[in-house]
Design a protein around this ligand. Structure first.
Ligand code: PEP
Length: 255
């Protein structure tokens, strides 16, 4: 059985002291939750401070929101996988739709970032998902197929199993419009089938696929109960401790 994974994407919120205060609170509120893998993803500048608070945490892991695919050099404003590791990160979000939309990330740069992160021992949480216009034009599965094949390009079986995929319909991110459990399950099952074609059924059964897009306490149970939904990537609802805890509690209860 796949362990559920709930990750909080803080986006560009919380400065250093706010981040430390918040994670201190989370540490207390989330103590004892062991069945679910919990990840927090603050801004780059707060990673080390948050890690210092999490040093003695048994169950909360650290992730970053982006990474560059080069090791070092003249890439002003970028951060390497090694640098994230040195801050104590276990995970890194790659290819979030906001990165694709506002920062020109493509399927190809996403694949390069995935390879770099894996080669350093960071676990990528790779985001894929269709735009509203693509869903309305019945292009959802074509878009998902293109993005899924591209992100796995050149990865060995062993590397592939380290990945987490986040299916995030772009129209559901930060909009309050959540995909129905049936809509989400349909795409998750499709992604798993694609992975089994790319690798094998065994590998497809190992890889975790999170849902992201306005997940909150009131809709998490229905979504997380779906056969192929193995967790959530949470934006808005992860910025408030009780709202984040509510989702984790639901994941715990579902095992
Ligand atoms: C996200 O940014 O990945 C996300 C899912 O945001 P929200 O939960 O706010 O829709």
């Amino acid at each position: 059985m796949r362990k559920k994974i709930i990750a909080g994407n803080w986006k560009m919120h919380k400065n250093n002291s706010e981040a430390m205060q918040f994670v201190k609170l989370l540490k207390v509120k989330l103590v004892g939750y062991k069945k679910t893998e919990i990840v927090v993803c603050p801004v780059f500048t707060a990673l080390s401070s948050v890690k210092s608070v999490l040093e003695d945490s048994q169950n909360i892991k650290l992730g970053a929101q982006n990474v560059h695919f080069e090791e070092k050099g003249a890439f002003t404003g970028e951060v390497s996988a090694e640098m994230l590791l040195s801050c104590g990160c276990d995970f890194v979000i790659i290819g979030h739709s906001e990165r694709r939309q506002y920062f020109c990330e493509t399927d190809q740069t996403v694949n390069k970032k995935v390879k770099k992160a894996l080669s350093c021992g960071l676990k990528p949480i790779v985001c894929i998902g269709e735009l509203l216009a693509e869903r309305e034009a019945n292009q959802t599965m074509n878009v998902i197929e293109r993005q899924t094949k591209a992100l796995f390009e050149g990865l060995s079986e062993q590397e592939a199993t380290k990945l987490v995929i986040a299916y995030e319909p772009v129209w559901a991110i930060g909009t309050g419009k959540v995909a129905t459990p049936e809509q989400a399950q349909e795409v998750h099952a499709f992604i798993r089938k694609l992975i089994s074609e790319l690798y094998s059924e065994k590998i497809a059964e190992i890889i975790r696929i999170q849902y992201g897009g306005s997940m909150k306490g009131s809709n998490a149970k229905e979504l997380l109960s779906q056969k192929d939904i193995d967790g959530g990537l949470i934006g808005g609802a992860c910025l408030e401790a009780d709202a984040f805890k509510e989702i984790i509690e639901i994941a715990e209860s579902l095992g």
